[in-house]
Design a protein around this ligand. Sequence first.
Ligand code: HEC
Length: 152
Amino acid sequence: MEFYLNNKVLNIGIFFFLILVSCKNEEKVTEEPIKKAVVYDMYQPSEMAGFMNAMYAYNQQLKAQIVAGETPTSLPIDLLKLHSAEMTDGKSRTQNWQSFVNVFIASQEAVVDTLSNTELKERYNNAINNCLNCHKTECTGPIPKIKKLLIQ
Ligand code: HEC
């Protein structure tokens, strides 16, 4: 009888131990797919997309300065990155891209050229129109957003 009781206690002990272990296992099983789903859903912008957004922010700042009557003089972003930055999978530098990129770079540089005889607002809008010219064939999604950069 004593042995039977002890055995029962032992069995209960083993029973709870197994529950604990199996609960832990269950936890692991439910955790893993959630983590994987998060990794899959994360949007990883390409180096080029990141650079485009930096150019967008820079031109927003230029627009604010020009509208406020200031003369912007600094160009803190390296436009030559357009030639080297990695693009989103499946995108590449097409012939269209090649034909627009240098015209764009020259026009963006002209905005801060304080010696230019062309009116500041015209030089700025010219740069933004060159963003749009390339976007018409290479990446149409952001066009409405880029149009908002134009100074009316
Ligand atoms: C020579 C062609 C070209 C020029 C010039 C150009 N873009 Fe782009 N832009 C692209 C391409 C191609 C992509 C897609 C890049 C990628 O997904 O890797 C892009 C992507 C973008 C995006 C989306 C980024 C994202 O989060 O996915 C924005 C916003 C953008 N450009 C704004 C601009 C602005 C503002 C200018 C001018 C200051 C400009 N672009 C000039 C070709 C150009």
